[in-house]
Ligand binder design. Structure first.
Ligand code: DC
Length: 218
């Protein structure tokens, strides 16, 4: 079952969307789309090219010439796999201003929708509100900012990186603020979505709640 299902999982940074979405996709046998990775890849490219996060002809031309490819394990830009680089703190810090721009968002609508042709579990900020407004199931996955910062902190430490909890909490809050208050496609629960607060849940519990909802659609 579930071959053609479109399931959207939106929510703030660090709510566990990607871990949960991957589990749901695997369980239901549908592809997974990490829309944040596309914004991160664009940010990676623009930072390297020295193109600032503002609407301009230069940015538009760069977007038009970029070849973004979603691969099985990540994403590539003009043929180069950037899946690792896009997780660096420099991208965390800079991605919100690029992703707030209308020309950036419009430029990737097509690539996102193409991924949903045969069903998809898509995570992001506007999957249910803008990209797949007719999705079969829309989830808004959230958790307290402190819990989300703690998860990010533990992720970094587990990878052997250095991390400062206070700084991460500040960044999580700043990113929420920016993502919720931007003009284009702000982060907010879609109409008819199911809100899941994962503060007290692990990823398996959140994923199984969503899988059960999906199965109950019949
Ligand atoms: O989910 P993430 O942390 O990888 O997303 C990175 C940034 O991209 C996030 O701060 C906001 C932006 N984003 C967005 O604006 N819309 C999406 N659908 C996904 C991500």
């Amino acid at each position: 079952m579930g071959k053609e299902l479109v399931i959207t999982i939106d929510g703030p940074a660090g709510a566990g969307k990607s871990t949960v979405a991957k589990k749901v996709a695997a369980e239901l046998g549908v592809p997974y789309l990490d829309s944040g990775a596309i914004y991160r890849a664009i940010t990676w490219y623009m930072l390297r090219a020295g193109i600032p996060a503002e609407e301009s002809g230069v940015l538009e031309a760069a977007l038009g010439s970029l070849l973004l490819e979603i691969t099985k394990n990540g994403i590539s830009v003009n043929g180069r796999d950037v899946s690792k680089e896009i997780r660096m703190p420099e991208i965390d810090k800079n991605v919100s201003p690029y992703s707030a721009l209308k020309i950036v968002r419009n430029s990737i609508l097509g690539i996102q929708r193409a991924q949903g042709k045969n069903g998809v579990v898509a995570d992001g900020r506007d999957m249910g509100t803008v990209v797949y407004p007719d999705a079969d199931l829309k989830i808004f996955l959230t958790a307290d900012a402190e819990e989300r910062a703690k998860r990010r902190y533990e992720e970094r430490i587990a990878k052997g990186e250095t991390a400062d909890y206070g700084q991460i909490l500040e960044q999580v809050r700043a990113r929420d603020e920016y993502d919720m208050n931007r003009e284009t496609a702000p982060l907010r629960p879609a109409e008819n979505c199911v809100i899941i607060d994962s503060t007290q849940m692990n990823a398996d519990e959140a994923a199984s709640a969503i899988t059960q909802l999906a199965r109950s659609l019949g």
